[in-house]
Ligand binder design. Structure first.
Ligand code: TNX
Length: 515
C-alpha cells in the first residue's frame, strides 16, 4: 500500500517535471525588431524552441528550396551554434521547420511569404522559392535567446504575412575607382540579402579602371584594369569569377546588374584601345577622381563593333534581365552624338535580349517603356523618361548615395550632393519625391556606393551601414508603416546583430544603439 502511494507520488512529480520542461517559453512576436517591417504581424504569445533535435524539412521537388534550406541551416548555426539537419519530405511534418512552395495566396506575389510559428511547428510558405528565401531572412531576425542568462534559442510565435512594395531593391558597388575582389563582393551580397535587397549593380568600368574580362578585347583588362584611384594595383574579374558571383548571388535571390559606363567615363577603355576615342588625343592612365573628361568617338563603326562585342560577351554570362550602359556625365560628348550613341547601344542591348538601364541622362535618347532610367541627379530627366513610358529606378543622390558623408566630420566620403545622416536616408518616399513620378512609374530603389574615397572593407561597411538598411525598408515596407521615431528604436536593436556579423557600421548619435 505504502509502496503504491509512493509510486503514484513519484510518477506525479515526474510528470509535472516533464511538462514544465517542455512548456513553451512566453515571447512576443510583435516586439521583435524586424527590418524591413512586415506588412502584418500577429503575435500569439508563445514560442518555438530551436534545439539540436530540430529539423528543417523541405517540400520535395525543388532544388531552389533545398538550397534555401541549407543556407537557413548555415545562418541558424552562425547565430546559435546549433547545427540543424535538413530533410526532403512529401508533406508537412507535425514538428520542426517546414519550407514549401504553394501558389495559393496571390497577394504574396513573387517575393512575398507567410510565416506561421507555433510551439511545435514553423511553416514558411510562398508562391515561389524567392519568397521562401525572403522569409528565411525574417526567421534569422526572429531567432533570439530566451533570456540573457539562458542558452535556449527561441522564435516568438505568431503569424507574418509579408510582401514587397517594389520589385527591385538594389545596391551598387563601384569596383572601378577601387577594385574589390570576389570575396568582398560575396560578403556584400550576404549582408544585402539579410535585409531583402535583391539586386546588386556592379559598376564595372570607368575612367580609372576596366574590371571585367572581355575575351575579344583582351587589353581592356590587361591595360585598362592595371590600376585604380590613387595608383594602386587595380584588378579585374575573369569571366569565370564573374559567373561565380552571379551564381552566389542567384542562390540568395540577388540579381547581378552589370554596368559598362559609356560613352563618357571611358578613359580606361581608350587607354587600352586608342581607336575608341578616335585617337584625336592619346588617353593616358588616370588615377585621379575628376569626372566627365572622356568620351568615345560615337560616329565611327569601330565603336559599335566594340560595344557589340562587349554586350554580347557580358549578356552570355549574365543571368538577370538587365544590362546597365551608364550614360552619365558625358560632358565632352556633343548632345546629338550622345543621343546617337545611346540609340545604337540600346539596339545592341535588345539584340542580346536584355533590358537597358541607364543613368537619368539617357532619357534624352529614343527610349520607351522597355527601358529603365536610373534617377540620380535630375528630376526633369526622370520625368522625361516617364513621359516616354520608361520605368524609373530611384537613386536620388541626396538620399541614397552611400558615398556621401554622414556629417562634416566623416573621415571618408564626398559631400557634393548632401550630408546624409541616418534619418535623412530614411525619411523620404520614392513615390512622393518628384511630382509626376508615381509608384506605378517606379521599378524600385537602389543605393550606390561610389568608391573614390573607399579603399578597404571597413570603409565599405562604414558608409553602407546603417544607411542601406533604411533604404531596404523603403523598398520593401508599405509607406504607411514607416515612421522615423519608431524605426530608430528597431534599428537600435540591429547594432549587436551587425557587430556579430563583423560589420563596421557608423554608430550615429541619432540612434539609441543597444549594446
Ligand atoms: C557622380 S552618379 C557620378 C559618379 C561619381 C559620383 C560620386 C553618377 C551617375 N556619376 O561618377 O563617382 O558622382 O559621388
Amino acid at each position: 500500500m505504502k509502496k503504491n502511494v509512493l509510486l503514484v507520488l513519484i510518477t506525479g512529480v515526474m510528470m509535472q517535471f516533464s511538462v514544465s520542461c517542455t512548456k513553451p517559453i512566453p515571447a512576443d512576436l510583435s516586439k521583435v525588431s524586424l527590418i524591413p517591417i512586415p506588412v502584418t504581424v500577429k503575435a500569439t504569445g508563445s514560442s518555438f524552441q530551436i534545439s539540436e533535435a530540430t529539423t528543417i524539412y523541405v517540400q520535395e521537388g525543388s532544388d531552389e528550396l533545398q538550397q534555401t534550406a541549407s543556407l537557413l541551416a548555415e545562418q541558424i548555426s552562425t547565430i546559435t551554434s546549433i547545427k540543424l539537419k535538413t530533410e526532403v519530405v512529401p508533406q508537412s511534418p507535425a514538428k520542426g521547420i517546414y519550407l514549401s512552395v504553394d501558389a495559393a495566396n496571390k497577394q504574396l506575389g513573387e517575393e512575398g511569404y507567410e510565416l506561421n510559428i507555433t510551439d511545435d511547428l514553423v511553416t514558411l510558405k510562398a508562391n515561389q522559392a524567392a519568397g521562401v528565401f525572403m522569409g528565411t531572412q525574417t526567421i534569422a531576425q526572429i531567432i533570439e535567446k530566451a533570456g540573457d542568462t539562458q542558452k535556449t534559442w527561441i522564435m516568438a510565435s505568431g503569424n507574418i504575412i509579408d510582401y514587397p512594395e517594389y520589385g527591385y531593391r538594389g545596391a551598387m558597388l563601384d569596383v572601378s575607382r577601387h577594385f574589390f575582389g570576389v570575396d568582398v563582393v560575396k560578403r556584400f551580397i550576404d549582408q544585402m540579402a539579410a535585409y531583402k535587397i535583391n539586386a546588386l549593380h556592379l559598376h564595372l568600368t570607368d575612367d580609372q579602371g576596366w574590371r571585367i574580362e572581355i575575351k575579344s578585347w583582351p587589353k581592356l583588362t590587361t591595360i585598362g584594369g592595371s590600376t585604380e584611384v590613387g595608383g594602386g594595383e587595380g584588378g579585374f574579374y575573369t569571366q569565370e569569377q564573374y559567373k561565380e558571383i552571379v551564381q552566389y548571388a542567384k542562390a540568395r535571390f540577388v540579381t547581378i546588374v552589370p554596368e559598362i559606363d559609356m560613352p563618357g567615363h571611358t578613359n580606361a577603355a581608350s587607354v587600352a584601345y586608342p581607336e575608341l576615342n578616335g585617337a584625336k588625343k592619346k588617353a593616358e592612365i588616370y588615377t585621379g577622381t575628376k569626372v566627365g573628361f572622356s568620351t568615345f568617338d560615337t560616329r565611327q563603326e569601330v565603336t559599335y563593333q566594340f560595344v557589340e562585342d562587349v554586350i554580347r560577351e557580358l549578356a552570355e554570362i549574365t543571368e538577370g534581365p538587365y544590362i546597365h550602359i551608364g550614360g552619365d556625365e558625358s560632358h565632352v560628348t556633343k548632345e546629338d552624338d550622345y543621343v546617337y550613341f545611346i540609340n545604337r547601344t540600346r539596339d545592341i542591348v535588345k539584340k542580346y535580349n536584355k533590358v537597358m538601364i541607364g543613368w537619368d541622362e539617357i532619357a534624352h535618347a529614343d527610349i520607351d517603356s522597355k527601358d529603365i532610367v536610373q534617377y540620380w541627379a535630375k528630376g526633369e530627366n526622370a520625368l522625361l523618361g516617364v513621359e516616354k513610358g520608361a520605368k524609373v529606378l530611384m537613386s536620388p543622390a541626396k538620399r541614397t548615395y552611400l558615398d556621401m558623408k554622414y556629417d562634416s566630420t566623416t573621415h571618408i566620403g564626398l559631400a557634393w550632393a548632401a550630408l546624409i545622416e541616418v534619418d535623412a536616408a530614411y525619411t523620404w518616399d520614392p513615390a512622393k519625391l518628384e511630382k509626376g513620378i508615381a509608384k506605378e512609374n517606379i521599378l524600385g530603389v537602389e543605393s550606390p556606393l561610389w568608391t573614390e574615397t573607399v579603399t578597404t572593407v571597413d570603409d565599405i561597411d562604414y558608409l553602407v551601414f546603417p544607411r542601406i538598411i533604411c533604404h531596404a525598408e523603403i523598398g520593401w515596407s508599405p509607406a504607411s508603416h514607416r515612421n522615423w521615431e519608431e524605426y530608430k528604436l528597431r534599428l537600435a536593436k540591429h547594432g549587436p546583430r551587425l557587430k556579430a556579423m563583423g560589420v563596421n557600421f557608423y554608430e550615429s548619435a541619432l540612434v539609441p544603439w543597444e549594446k
